[in-house]
Design a protein around this ligand. Structure first.
Ligand SMILES: Cc1cc2nc3c(=O)[nH]c(=O)nc-3n(C[C@H](O)[C@H](O)[C@H](O)COP(=O)(O)OP(=O)(O)OC[C@H]3O[C@@H](n4cnc5c(N)ncnc54)[C@H](O)[C@@H]3O)c2cc1C
Length: 215
């Protein structure tokens, strides 16, 4: 996790090692030999698999790339706080955008940011329609859980707009944080009273543990 710094990378690597999960950083998959169930790396080495869950290369949809909104790198450049594109009254959020941080690395593509950015843009559009002053800005704050198995999870929340580097504390791990993850899922997937109860519970927990993130 280069953007969050080496200490975070070490912590996650240790969590993997504790579960006997092999980690092969810096190796690029060239192709997949489905018949032999093997990954083929660019250095010619092969690695067998039973079940493969692979994330294909990230790129914006063709409709965006042909729209003139994207930069040469293929992503939409936006103002880091307002999410405005270079076109008037056009905003962009989430994975299709790119925001370069103070350390020169891009803001990670994560749902936590897409969610916060959506609320900022919705607030901006609503304020513009009402002719009100726009106050909401995206502040680069985000959080995430790391499923650890055995009923435990790691949790961290960070400030990615901090300078010169993002401030992302090492994950706190345990069963309590897994409970937070379950509540978060029920908040996202739930409706009505359940959703509101999860929101209240999580925000109370965040306050109790001194976490600035709110849902
Ligand atoms: C395996 C995996 C694990 C992840 N885990 C986490 C995590 O733990 N925490 C976290 O914060 N983030 C996580 N993410 C990242 C998170 O899922 C994304 O950052 C987030 O979904 C981005 O939201 P988005 O709305 O920008 O894009 P998307 O969720 O990709 O939504 C874009 C939508 O546009 C639709 N679309 C595309 N082209 C067109 C078109 N031409 N016309 C109409 N619709 C179109 C797509 O079908 C899609 O529904 C994970 C991602 C992956 C792949």
């Amino acid at each position: 996790m280069p953007v969050a710094g080496p200490a975070m990378g070490d912590a996650v690597t240790q969590m993997l090692a504790a579960k006997d999960i092999l980690f092969h950083p810096g190796r690029q998959v060239q192709s997949i030999d489905a018949a032999r169930r093997e990954l083929v790396f660019t250095d010619g080495n092969r690695e067998p698999f039973d079940f493969l869950a692979a994330v294909p290369p990230h790129r914006a949809p063709a409709v965006l790339r042909s729209s003139g909104l994207t930069s040469e790198a293929g992503w939409i450049l936006v103002d880091k706080r307002t999410l405005k594109t270079r076109y008037e009254n056009v905003y962009a959020i989430g994975d299709a955008t790119t925001i370069i941080l103070a350390n020169g690395k891009p803001l990670p593509k994560a749902g936590t940011f897409a969610h916060a950015q959506a609320e900022v843009v919705a607030g901006q559009i609503a304020a513009a329609v009402r002719g009100e002053l726009v106050e909401a800005e995206f502040d680069g704050a985000g959080y995430c859980w790391l499923e650890a198995g055995g009923g435990a999870a790691g949790f961290t929340s960070g400030q990615f707009y901090a300078e010169p580097n993002p401030i992302v504390p090492l994950p706190r791990a345990g069963r309590l944080w897994h409970l937070g993850k379950v509540m978060f899922e029920r908040y996202w997937l739930g409706e009505g009273v359940t959703r509101q109860a999860m929101r209240l519970g999580m925000n109370a927990g965040a306050k109790a543990f001194g976490i600035s993130a709110r849902v």
